[in-house]
Structures are given as structure tokens and as C-alpha cells.
Design a protein. Sequence first.
Length: 126
Amino acid sequence: MSKSVITSDKAPAAIGTYSQAIKAGNTVYMSGQIPLDPKTMELVEGFEAQTVQVFENLKAVAEAAGGSFKEIVKLNIFLTDLSHFAKVNEVMGRYFEQPYPARAAIGVAALPRGSQVEMDAILVLE
């Protein structure tokens, strides 16, 4: 099986020993995105703004892979405060239509750079 690196300049550059995404066959494994503005590489402020930025970063990488949110089959959401989950659902509704992807929401003690939310995803391209 061939694999290729997926990158988008519309999402934050990878900082470290990882790729924004790897395509293996027709499956795309997207690395976790935190709410960094790709132009400034600074964290956006406010939980809702952070959630929107994470979805925008994931969207940019999905598009660079030749896909969209319609092809996401699995979404993992990492939150430093699970009381924000209702807001995540509200924002997610702006980006996804049924059938929704399988999803996990995981409470964590901390995320990189003090982020309140991080998400990764798996896409299957037709």
C-alpha cells in the first residue's frame, strides 16, 4: 500500500516529528489540530473561537487530501473541561450533516500550548 504526506498551508504547520495527515490507500489519518491561527501560529482566545478554529484547521487538511467533512468517519475530541461539550456539539452542527461520524469525547488534564480543545479525524475517500 502506498502512503503519502498531506499538507495544507491553510492549517498550522506541523511543529515536531509528525505530519498534518498521512494518506494510506483511500484512508486519511489526520493529526490532532489545536486552535492555532495558521497565519500567526498563535492560539485564538475563547472556547467557541477555539472550537471553530480547530474545525477550520481540520477542514483545510481534509480539503488538501481531496476530501471534506462528509468523508470523516471518526472524530476524536479532547477537552480540558467536559462541561464545554454542549458548545462543541453546537459548533459541530455547523460543519457536519447526517450521517454524523463516529465520535469520542475525552477529558484530558492539559493540551499543547494551553489549548482547551484538540481534535483529530480519520477520512475515507471514495
